[in-house]
Design a protein around this ligand. Structure first.
Ligand code: F3S
Length: 280
C-alpha cells in the first residue's frame, strides 16, 4: 500500500507564525493567556496549556500578564481594553487578516459604506467589522447585497477564506447599488490551494484521510470536498483513531490536513498507516 501525502498539507503561513509566537511566549516565565484557542487544534492548545498558557474567553478577569492574539484577529475594542489594562500584547494576527482590518478602517474613515464578504458569525469577520465603526455590512452572497440600501460609495473587502467566485458576485451586485466602488481582494489562497490539491489526490487514491481538529472549519470543508470524490474518506484528529479495516483492499492512501494541523500529528498518521501496512 502506498501512502501519498498532499504537498500543502497542514499549517498555513499565518497559523505557523501564530503557533511559533505562542510557543516562544510559553517558555518565558510569565502569566500568559490566549484570547480564545490560538488555533483550531486541541492538541496544540493542550500542549500550550501544559506549558502554562491558558485560554480565556475575554479580558474581563485578566488584570496583568501577557495576552496572545490569535491568527484570525480580534475586535479593535479588545485590543483597546488590553492596552488600557496595561497588558503585554503579543499580536499573532495573520498579516493577511490585518490587511483586511486596515482596509475596512481606512474605507470607513474615507466615507465609504463598507461591505465585508464573509460569514457574520466567524470571529475573523467580527474582528474585521469592528474596525469600521457603524458603517459596515456583512454579506454572505451576491443575493444579500440586494437587501442593502443604495450607497454613493461602496468599499468591499473579503474574509480571507472566501472564494473568488463569491467575491465577484458581490462586486457585480454592488455595481448596481453604488456610484463608486473600491474593491480590495483580501482573499488568501491557502485554503483554495489545499482544497484543489486534496481534490486531485482524492481522485488518485482508494482511501483518503483528512487530518485536523473537528472544530476546524477548513478541515471539515477539506473532508467534505474529498468525500464528494472519494467515498472512503475519513476525517480524523489523531493517528489513534485510524481503523485498520479502512485499508482493506486499498492500494493507495491519500493524506491531507487542514491549515491548523501540526506537522507532528500528520507524521504520526503517516507512520501509523505504514505500521498497519507492515503488519498485514
Ligand atoms: Fe493567514 Fe491565510 Fe492562514 S489568512 S491564517 S495564511 S489561511
Amino acid at each position: 500500500m502506498k501512502v501519498i501525502l498532499a504537498k500543502r498539507a497542514g499549517f498555513c503561513f499565518g497559523v505557523k507564525r501564530a503557533t511559533q509566537m505562542a510557543f516562544e511566549a510559553a517558555v518565558m516565565d510569565k502569566k500568559t493567556y490566549t484570547l480564545g484557542p490560538i488555533i483550531h487544534s486541541p492538541q496544540v492548545v493542550n500542549k500550550l496549556e501544559e506549558m502554562g498558557v491558558r485560554v480565556i474567553k475575554d479580558l474581563e478577569t485578566m488584570e496583568s500578564g501577557t495576552i496572545i492574539i490569535r491568527s484570525h484577529g480580534v475586535a479593535s475594542e479588545e485590543i483597546t481594553e488590553a492596552m488600557e489594562k496595561n497588558l503585554e500584547i503579543i499580536d499573532a494576527t495573520c498579516p493577511f487578516v490585518k490587511k483586511a482590518q486596515e482596509h475596512v478602517k481606512s474605507l470607513s474613515e474615507a466615507g465609504y459604506g463598507v461591505v465585508v464578504v464573509g460569514d457574520a458569525d466567524h470571529p475573523e469577520v467580527q474582528g474585521i467589522v469592528s474596525y469600521g465603526g457603524d458603517k459596515v455590512d456583512v454579506v454572505g452572497s451576491g443575493d444579500e447585497v440586494k437587501k442593502l440600501p443604495k450607497m454613493n460609495k461602496i468599499g468591499i473587502v473579503a474574509q480571507t477564506t472566501q472564494s473568488f467566485e463569491n467575491l465577484k458576485n458581490v462586486v457585480s451586485e454592488c455595481l448596481l447599488r453604488g456610484g463608486e466602488i473600491r474593491v480590495f481582494n483580501t482573499i488568501c489562497d491557502a485554503t483554495a490551494v489545499r482544497q484543489e490539491e486534496a481534490k486531485e489526490l482524492a481522485c488518485q487514491v482508494d482511501c483518503m484521510l483528512v487530518v485536523g481538529g473537528y472544530n476546524s472549519a477548513n478541515t471539515r470543508r477539506l473532508s467534505e470536498v474529498c468525500a464528494e470524490l472519494q467515498t472512503r474518506t475519513h476525517h480524523i484528529e489523531t493517528a489513534a483513531e485510524i481503523d485498520p479495516v479502512w485499508f482493506d483492499g486499498v492500494e493507495r492512501v491519500g493524506v491531507t490536513a487542514g491549515a491548523s494541523t501540526p506537522k507532528c500529528i500528520i507524521d504520526e498518521v503517516v507512520s501509523r498507516i505504514e505500521e498497519i501496512n507492515k503488519s498485514h
